[in-house]
Design a protein around this ligand. Sequence first.
Ligand SMILES: [Zn+2]
Ligand SMILES: [Zn+2]
Length: 93
Amino acid sequence: MTEQEKLEELERQGFDKCSADEDEDTIRVRCSQCEALVINGRATHEMGCPNKPLPSVMDYPDEDDYESCSKCGGELDSQGNCANYCEEEARVQ
Ligand SMILES: [Zn+2]
Ligand SMILES: [Zn+2]
């Protein structure tokens, strides 16, 4: 994904004041309606921000958990279990 595409994606999510910082090769995530934060690499609006997109265009956190292990970030198998078995170990103990 190019910087431009990232900016467009962030704009779609309501972060309308983003700017690319070319010196640091990062994107500053800004929202005109709240103090936007980046949590675990995910741009997040404050609670109740009017720029927050409707759920239909947002990524659901649950969906993300399903794609990668919430504990180690590893891949999941077809049953949704961590390929690194980190969840499994937690359950056994
Ligand atoms: Zn916001
Ligand atoms: Zn895991």
